[in-house]
Design a protein around this ligand. Structure first.
Ligand SMILES: [Zn+2]
Length: 338
């Protein structure tokens, strides 16, 4: 009898311990409890000559209907950046729409759909294309008109591959582009998006010197309250998109310790990272040219030998835990310290 009682007692304790453990792991699972906003980028609209950067008007309407019918709130980039700065709540239903490269097709085909849905947008200007009157790009006059409906932001003067340019070239590029926007439109852009989404620490540091309130990359992912306002993830929408999947992405709260930059000899030796969640047992990673593989996680730490030669000059490592992801862009820097 006594033994039975004892067994029952220990069973109860065990049960309580299990519940406590479950509760604790729940608390330690912030990644999956935090709300995430999603930033998207478009390029061309209804311009079938360029299928890799185009969104057809039919597809655009389909996407806008999806946002509308599923409770998504298309908000200004300002709202998100303000919330991040002031440590306010990020809404899981927030969607931010951006457009890179001020192609004429936005002015001619896309803008009216944005107006129809009253969706705000941020257009990132490739300044030289407008200044030198490239035929496929909007004029200053058209940009002025566009500015009535959305915000105009900065996408560089000459649209260079920035990691291949010297500090001097880059500083000059920022200065020239920002001055022209001020002169022609009377605007001081608040945000910057990297041409081709290419950057590293050196390029980021130069960009930050120009006083932008936030900087946007082009890494797949989402934005939560731990996101760095100078490194906001953004998903491209092109062709037939998979909005449901994209909107399901969460930001993975992880500190990637290695690699920090494109490896000197082009060989990715290892991946080291710290997850802010000790209960995660396994993760995955994607490496450009190699596809997806598994990563072991021990007490929230990843320390995995990889030893793979990077195939592309612009390689991505995406680490995932379920639908939470974080991207590390590895790109050759011609003028960096390496
Ligand atoms: Zn661009």
């Amino acid at each position: 009898m006594k033994l039975q009682k004892l067994q029952l007692l220990s069973k109860n304790i065990l049960k309580k311990e299990r519940i406590k453990k479950l509760f604790l792991s729940f608390l330690l699972y912030p990644t999956f409890l935090l709300s995430d906003a999603h930033i998207f980028v478009y390029h061309r609209f209804g311009d079938s000559r360029y299928p890799t950067t185009d969104t057809s008007i039919k597809e655009l309407k389909k996407e806008f209907e999806y946002f509308k019918n599923n409770g998504y709130k298309v908000i200004k980039l300002d709202t998100l950046v303000d919330a991040l700065k002031n440590h306010q709540k990020i809404d899981d239903k927030w969607v931010i729409l951006t457009i890179d490269d001020n192609f004429k097709s936005f002015y001619q085909n896309g803008l009216k759909i944005f107006k129809q849905y009253h969706y705000p947008f941020s257009l990132f200007i490739y300044v030289k294309a407008t200044e030198d009157k490239y035929p496929d790009y909007t004029s200053w006059k058209e940009l002025k008109e566009i500015s009535k409906y959305g915000n105009l932001e900065f996408h560089s003067y000459s649209h260079p591959h920035m990691t291949y340019k010297s500090d001097k070239y880059l500083k000059n590029d920022f200065k020239k582009g920002l001055e022209l926007i001020k002169k022609k439109l009377g605007i001081t852009p608040k945000y910057f998006a990297y041409p081709y989404g290419e950057y590293d620490k050196r390029v980021q540091n130069i960009a930050k010197k120009f006083g932008f309130e936030a900087i946007i990359n082009q890494n797949i992912g989402a934005v939560n309250k731990y996101s760095n306002i100078y490194d906001l993830d953004r998903n491209a929408l092109v062709g037939k998109s998979n909005l449901k999947r994209d909107l399901n992405y969460k930001k993975l709260n992880i500190d990637i310790i290695a690699p920090k930059e494109y490896p000197k000899n082009g060989i990715l030796k290892k991946i080291m990272a710290k997850l802010y969640n000790n209960s995660v047992k396994s993760a995955g990673y994607y490496l450009s040219g190699y596809g997806w593989n598994k990563l072991k996680v021990k007490h929230g730490l990843i320390d995995e030998k990889i030893d793979k030669k990077l195939i592309k000059k612009r390689s991505r490592i995406v680490i995932n835990v379920k639908n939470a992801i974080e991207t590390k862009l590895l790109i050759k820097d011609k003028y960096g310290t390496k």
